[in-house]
Design a protein around this ligand. Structure first.
Ligand code: 3HC
Length: 312
């Protein structure tokens, strides 16, 4: 790449300017954004599956409505971020093909099963809570304009997702002993996979250096993970729930909750496709795509007829 153009690009990043689709950018910058944004969009779309599993079994109309609204929002987030990737010149069909053939990465967290109703509340509280920590940083600091702006609306909706989730968790935690046990079991199953959502440790994060240098990431994986832990533990204490980490302790000097070792073997196993539900999730997306073929054909036929009418 032209060193003068690269120097000007990095000066713009240093000044905190937004890089827009028509601006000059290093090919590596574009590729990193396509990688990160497409995986984010895939995560939103696959993230509907674990929760969709409980829409028909919600315990009340109110809980059903808020879960339905959340899942619908996730679909919108996915479409919104796919639009963002298209500003970088990628073809959405190619991205969808990569997802349904199992080639594309999406967030590890969605490869775990949702075993009880309490999982719905814990996912809203933990998973959307983690997403808020990650996405707020993108909404405030990401150097790529379309991604940064997309995150503003996404974060507003994630906050509703987290609030409805935590309300459900609080109701169960203060309910009957059986309800308390059910939500504690969900917390025990989702805590560590949620910490893994933030990515591998900074010592093993090949993309972070470039993303930090070019202002896509403002904070490292470990910094955001720590921020989530510090935020969430007092919330668990407030509703009388414990976390499945015996070594948890508050460090007065740093103000951080020190937590135990994450099982990175489990993380990489899930990322590489061998998590509890990876195959099921990809198969479900493939089936939805195939079942939707008639809708795409009808829409294409309609558009062709409309264009032919317009031409006469
Ligand atoms: N799940 C799956 N793959 C992961 C992962 C995770 N939790 N964390 C990291 N990886 C992959 C990376 O994609 C990378 O592989 P690649 O080079 O083949 O793409 C590899 O592991 C090494 O990780 P790095 O730390 O080098 O990768 P990044 O710098 O991209 O950091 C990230 C990973 C923190 C997820 C970052 O990509 C990011 O912030 N992405 C944007 C936010 C996002 O995608 N969130 C996913 C959840 S969306 C969600 O929660 C929806 C909400 O509505 C519930």
């Amino acid at each position: 790449e032209d060193p003068a153009l690269l120097a000007e690009f990095e000066a713009r990043i240093a000044r905190g300017e937004s890089i827009e689709p028509k601006d000059w950018m290093p090919e590596r910058y574009r590729r990193q954004l396509v990688r990160m944004m497409s995986q984010h969009a895939h995560s939103e779309v696959v993230g509907m599956l674990p929760e969709g599993n409980w829409i028909t079994r919600a315990p009340s109309l109110r809980r059903k409505l808020s879960l339905l609204a959340k899942v619908q929002d996730e679909a919108g987030h996915g479409l919104y971020i796919y639009c963002g990737t298209e500003t970088l010149g990628v073809d959405r069909q190619q991205l969808l093909e990569e997802l349904i053939t199992g080639k594309a990465k999406y967030s590890s967290i969605f490869n775990y099963p949702t075993l009880t109703w309490a999982d719905m509340g814990v996912i809203g509280w933990f998973v959307d809570g983690a997403a808020i920590v990650n996405q707020t940083a993108l909404a405030k600091h990401c150097s790529y304009g379309p991604y940064k702006r997309a995150m503003v609306r996404v974060c507003k909706e994630e906050n509703f997702h987290k609030k409805q989730g935590f309300e459900s968790v609080a109701a169960l935690a203060q309910g009957t002993p059986a309800q308390h046990a059910m939500v504690q079991d969900a917390v025990d199953r989702w805590w560590w996979p949620t910490l893994m959502m933030f990515g591998p440790p900074d010592s093993d994060s090949p993309n972070s250096a470039e993303l930090l240098r070019w202002g896509v990431k403002k904070y490292t994986n470990d910094e955001l993970r720590q921020r989530f832990v510090n935020l969430t533990i007092p919330q668990a204490q407030a509703v009388g729930l414990t976390l499945p980490d015996p070594s948890l302790r508050f460090d007065e000097a740093t103000g951080n909750w020190v937590f135990g070792e994450i099982d990175w073997n489990e993380f990489w196993q899930v990322v590489k496709g061998d998590g509890p539900c990876n195959r099921e999730r990809v198969a479900a997306r493939r089936a939805a795509h195939e079942d939707g073929e008639w809708v795409r054909a009808a829409a294409t036929a309609h558009a062709e007829k409309k264009a032919a009418r317009g031409a006469t």
